[in-house]
Design a protein around this ligand. Structure first.
Ligand code: ATP
Length: 370
């Protein structure tokens, strides 16, 4: 691994009695697209503020290019932020907005003009320099906010839910544009969203957060296929999650039967949760199936039917099928061993305890140094 551009080591943030960030460890490499994904209030913006320098951490270290920057003020960090509400100056033109940071730096006017023109070209607003902000669409304002950040040539760009004000179609278009822009600029993006589809589509690596903790990090495919616990499996995509018990490596029991699965290393007899994605399940006749369900309802989603069903033990199932099924019908469900993923029941708690121990040790040692 090359030298990380940003590292958070055992970062904890407390406000009064509330611990907002709990022992956060995070590493960002140069030139990659990262996403912080989690529900409202889980601490995503607080992580951005920690990196940009608007928050003083309660404990832990923030590193930029290997150097500790805890005490470096925000305006001396080579990091820029694009905010959710864009925070543009309504009384300035597009070009004046983009030029703002460079003007503060007192760069020569000709240099500013060249850099502003380049940034506007990158966000496809080359001819919009003289426009008033009020004469732009939401998507165009969003691009001005990005141009204003990238004109400063930061090594890291932080984006705090920058697409949330856009309608669904424009949002999708901007997802591709942002991803494309990040690759052309070759700088590190740290993008915040609570939209799991957006995170899966855009990122090289996702950090899934809940309650001030990073629960899992990995590529979109890893996180989707191998969620570490119930929260991640439930938050990312749709999941069928059932209680089960490990029988042996690659063998799990649930619903009173034994099935081949994709996981090894969990001891026999350990209680687990079994995860299956609705699109990995196929409906067939009961005689040829691993399980039998009764169809409850279905919703037409355009390219598939979202089918709700119940098995003979009363568990609810969600199945995506290209063909409709008849309400009330008894049908069989099939799946492949590789589509059956097993999670340890208490993964999160066990991991957290282990991390907390490391963190408590670190907090003491950093106190010793001061
Ligand atoms: N300055 C502060 N003082 C006290 N509490 C704060 C402060 N800043 C944030 N919080 C609390 O910290 C928690 C995390 O907030 P944060 O803005 O980081 O969450 P978020 O994941 O970005 O949420 P959202 O998606 O809604 O923006 C919230 O409960 C918030 O109320």
């Amino acid at each position: 691994m090359s030298q990380p551009i940003i590292e958070l080591r055992h970062v904890t943030q407390r406000y009064g009695d509330h611990t907002i960030l709990k022992n956060i460890n995070l590493t960002l490499e140069s030139g990659k697209f990262y996403t912080l994904l989690g529900p409202s209030g889980c601490g995503k913006t607080t992580i951005l503020r920690t990196i940009s320098g608007f928050n003083q951490v309660t404990a832990g270290d923030v590193l930029f290019d290997g150097q500790r920057i805890n005490d470096v003020p925000a305006n001396h960090r080579n990091v820029n932020t694009v905010f959710q509400d864009y925070a543009l100056f309504p009384h300035l033109t597009v070009a004046e907005n983009v030029a703002f940071g460079l003007t503060l730096k007192k760069l020569p006017k000709a240099d500013i003009a060249t850099k502003v023109a380049e940034a506007l070209k990158l966000v496809q607003l080359a001819d919009f320099g003289n426009r008033a902000i009020s004469a732009l669409s939401g998507g165009q304002q969003q691009r001005v906010a990005i141009a204003r950040a990238i004109v400063m040539q930061p090594q890291v760009l932080l984006l705090d839910e920058p697409l949330s004000a856009l309608d669904a179609k424009l949002r999708r278009a901007m997802q591709s544009e942002l991803r494309d822009l990040q690759q052309r600029l070759g700088i590190t993006f740290l993008f915040v969203t609570h939209d799991q589809e957006e995170a899966l589509a855009m990122s090289d690596e996702i950090f899934v957060m809940n309650n001030g903790e990073i629960l899992q990090s990995g590529s979109p495919v890893d996180i989707y296929d191998e969620p570490i616990n119930h929260f991640v499996a439930d938050f990312i995509g749709e999941s069928n999650i059932l209680p089960g018990k490990m029988v042996a490596d690659y063998q799990v029991a649930f619903n009173g039967q034994q099935f081949e699965c994709s996981d090894a290393g969990i001891p026999a007899n350990e209680p687990v949760e079994v995860v299956m994605r609705p699109e990995d399940l196929t409906l067939t006749t009961p005689a040829h199936a691993k399980l039998t369900v009764t169809i409850d309802t279905q919703l037409f989603r355009g390219d598939y039917y979202e089918i709700s069903a119940t098995d003979d033990r009363g568990h609810d199932w969600m199945i995506h099928s290209v063909n409709p099924a008849e309400d009330g019908a008894t049908l069989g469900v099939n799946f492949r061993p590789q589509d059956l993923h097993v999670m340890r029941l208490h993964e999160k708690e066990a991991e957290f305890d282990a991390r907390l121990e490391t963190y408590e040790g670190t907090e003491e040692s950093s106190r010793d140094q001061t």
